[in-house]
Design a protein around this ligand. Sequence first.
Ligand code: CMX
Length: 472
Amino acid sequence: MASLRATFRLSGLAKVATRHNTLAFTAVRAYSTKHQGLKDRLKELIPEKREEVKKVKAEFGDKVLGETTVDMAYGGMRGIKGLIWEGSVLDAEEGIRFRGLTIPECQKVLPAAEGGSEPLPESLFWLLVTGEVPTKEQVRGLSAEWAARAKLPKFVEELIDQCPKTLHPMSQFSLAVTALQHDSKFAKAYQTGTVKKNDYWDTTYEDSMDLIAKLPNIAGRIYQNVFKHGKHTTAIDPKLDYGANLANLLGFGDKKEFVELMRLYLTIHSDHEGGNVSAHTTHLVGSALSDPYLSFAAGLNGLAGPLHGLANQEVLRWITKMREELGGKDVSDDTIKDYVWKTLNSGQVVPGYGHAVLRKTDPRYSCQREFALKHIPNDPLFKLVSQIYTVAPDILLEHGKTKNPWPNVDAHSGVLLSAYGLVEQDFYTVLFGVSRGLGVLSQLIWDRALGMPLERPKSYSTAAIKAMYAKK
Ligand code: CMX
């Protein structure tokens, strides 16, 4: 039966490959040996990939990817093509593909938990690292491995416990990840001066696995300390998967739907190609051979910005404020319109709407909407988020500034969390951060395996631009 299912999945993937023969597509490969562990598989893939990259550079090295204009340099480098990112590619119209697979395709082919239907984040991580769909056994192996690596050093627990409750959870998160650097295998190996560049990936892999494994414990501890009077009664259960353990540590493990939500949430927030702030920052800092802890902590600091990951807390704040301002009156399309205009006229952004790359509704929004339609169709907040979806884009279009009037991932995540009782908005970006670790750390392993150099783009001053182009 297992092999039949594997054959079915493979033929499904083959179809995906022929349907989407685009630039955005990276072929998903056949299953690796059924019981092979992730590191062993990676060991086999690295020489192949190095050879592939060598050939690509030899054949296309002098091709032009795109032009850079002065406007682009002043405009946040939007659209400048200058990064390599293996795990995912973002298409403005279609949205994200993880190693060539859309989110619905991932939902179809990636292994789910026994009795569940959402992909397990472990399987997504395997896909991001190898480009292959893992077997259930391989996913179970990864769950067990992460559980075994999950314990936090005592001093990190104490460090988190010492944080004032008023310190934002994202700052606590970043602090804890930085402190874990104490045990970095990469940093220690580098210090010995005996490790060859070709082997840097090995300790980067070990650090990344340790770090990912510990993220639920960090997130759970922060949540319990800040919002639940420091109850630490739950521990990682080696028999459970990553999402279920995270749900347990937050205190929601008894809610089956919440556990499924965690699995989906952790899968879809993981990776969004290389140019977004958290991904690019992790990659940039990593290029200085800072270890995975320092690199990811830097990425988390970027994720904590309101134009990036923090938007998920801002969305719920914005909606809550709208309800408060209405003072219990019914929310109609007109009241939403007035509120959106009020936000725009006061010079603020409408959180959860717009995107630097996307020009359509974010598929990460759509799949969360599907989840809500399946599990919480009558939730009043979900209904309100849906109503805003029907009203806000037209106003943003009329306002005429944003290039994309459609909702992004952050417009929907808070409503799902709050429906199950996770109502503490300041915590939401931490969950985004746990998931983002899967994407950016899988890439960091490849950065090291491919010997990616120090990143150092050229900058100019305004005086230099004038000197270059002003008519003499
Ligand atoms: N509300 C109001 N104005 C918006 C807007 C929004 N939701 N989205 C964009 N704009 C404005 C921009 O601020 C910009 O105005 P200025 O010219 O005055 O600076 C103008 O429209 C053009 O912006 P753009 O090219 O369409 O978008 P950017 O690539 O500059 O910015 C983003 C993208 C996401 C920062 C922006 O859409 C935004 O601020 N959205 C709200 C915050 C948000 O939801 N962020 C989360 C994004 C997803 C994620 O990373 O997690």
